[in-house]
Ligand binder design. Structure first.
Ligand code: HGY
Ligand code: MN
Ligand code: MN
Length: 419
């Protein structure tokens, strides 16, 4: 039996190993179905085998490690191993490492659980490579949208083609789904990616809900012209119009602060992109979130109207096309209680907080109840190489994960849950 400090040190070492698998030469970038994702998946599978788990990579690229494979009922524990561009090494990966360490501890301590455990390493939570996301967890949850397999990355490679090249099997996507009667629950350990736990001096927190999010491609079309000869009043400048639209986006989000509303323009491209040509067309993305679906939808409706007004006033056209939406996902009360009780057993505070970040739980909620445990991260920094979680906090998170599994086992026994 390892102490939390030992577990945390082990987690830190595993995360350092995993961080080496990157598509980029500098920094950590590991996109879904990339060569680095394949290498990282194989490395995680090696850890799972060393932990005594029956291991396989499923048709959508999720690495699965099964403890007590003979049992029908399965507690699912996981997170993602894909990253954003120039990422930190904790976002996602910590949840997979914590799951492996927790199962090792459950086995080593001889804890009698009435269900099996599957540790899951998803490959498509960030949704950076393809204009969709959560494809691997959605397949496992039985809610994959088949047309997602035909989306294409910036190089024109379809997800379907990339999956085959990775060693996956898009034709077998349906076989990746769990039966509803198999899953006991889905638990995920994840860094908070926000400042609350650090500000309150808490190592861990219990997640109450996962913010819903909507993602759009916005295209503004004006008219190319000579930078030196077209008077300002006669221009149909797509980039200047886009800039005004972005300020409107920022204004709408700021006025939604009561609902923790945030809106981000993360990517922009201007055509033709010459220093002396008035931009003819601009394409940019919008990611908008809030603590509930209604205010997010109201903000989107307001933005559609305001962008149209700006476009009309500038004699340009604008298209706002949604390419991803996930509703606000609740974390089940029984799983919040299991994590809170585990924190209580460790003598820790039991802070409840919502997640502004999206997670695989959005998809897993279609299969079973979802529970999440947040780990304090320095400065709340994430999606950034400076991302950091302390060894002691990570060790406590593994202990709390074991404690929650034991709680769920006791719940199953008291409710006569057949496993
Ligand atoms: O965008 C998100 O919230 C998550 O990190 N994919
Ligand atoms: Mn994440
Ligand atoms: Mn992320």
């Amino acid at each position: 039996m390892r102490t939390p400090k030992q577990l945390g040190a082990h987690a830190e070492a595993m995360l350092a190993e995993l961080a080496a698998f990157s598509d980029g030469d500098n920094g950590l970038t590991r996109l879904y179905l990339s060569p680095a994702h394949r290498r990282a998946a194989d490395h995680v599978a090696g850890w799972m085998r060393a932990a005594g788990l029956e291991t396989a990579v499923d048709p959508l690229g999720t690495v699965r490690g099964r403890w007590k494979p003979e049992r029908k009922r399965r507690l699912l524990i996981g997170s993602h191993i894909d990253t954003v561009v120039d990422a930190g090494r904790y976002d996602g990966m910590l949840g997979v490492v914590a799951g492996i360490l927790a199962v090792e501890e459950i086995a080593a301590r001889g804890l009698a659980l009435p269900f099996g455990i599957d540790v899951l390493a998803f490959g498509d939570e960030e949704g950076v490579r393809f204009p969709t996301t959560l494809v691997s967890s959605a397949a496992l949850a039985g809610c994959l949208v088949p047309s997602d397999l035909d989306t294409r990355d910036a190089e024109g490679v379809s997800l379907r083609e990339a999956l085959v090249a990775f060693g996956g099997d898009p034709e077998a996507a349906a076989s990746a789904a769990y039966g509803r009667d198999e899953a006991v629950a889905y638990l995920e350990v994840h860094i908070e990616q926000g400042p609350v736990l650090e500000a309150e001096g808490l190592p861990l927190g219990v997640v109450t809900s996962i913010a819903g999010q909507s993602r759009f491609n916005i295209t503004v079309t004006g008219e190319a012209g000579h930078a030196g000869t077209v008077p300002m009043a006669l221009r149909r400048d797509a980039l200047a119009a886009s800039a005004e639209m972005m300020l409107a986006i920022e204004d709408v989000a700021r006025r939604g602060a009561a609902h923790q509303m945030v809106a981000t323009v993360g990517r922009i491209a201007a055509r033709p992109g010459a220093v002396n040509v008035i931009p003819a067309e601009v394409a940019f993305t919008l990611d908008i979130r809030a603590d509930a679906d209604a205010p997010r939808h109201a903000a989107i409706a307001e933005l559609e109207a305001r962008l149209l007004t700006i476009a009309t006033g500038r004699k340009v056209s604008a298209r706002m096309e949604k390419f991803f939406e996930s509703p606000t996902t609740p974390c089940a009360a029984r799983l919040q209680e299991a994590f809170a009780a585990a924190l209580g057993d460790l003598g820790l505070g039991q802070r409840r907080l919502a997640s502004g970040a999206g997670h695989d739980g959005h998809a897993m909620h279609h299969l079973t109840d979802v529970g999440m445990l947040f780990v304090r991260c320095r400065g709340g920094i994430s999606h950034n190489p400076a991302e950091f979680a302390a060894v002691d906090d990570m060790g406590l998170a593994v202990e709390a994960l074991v404690g929650a599994a034991v709680r769920l086992a006791a719940d199953a026994a008291s409710s006569g849950d057949r496993t």
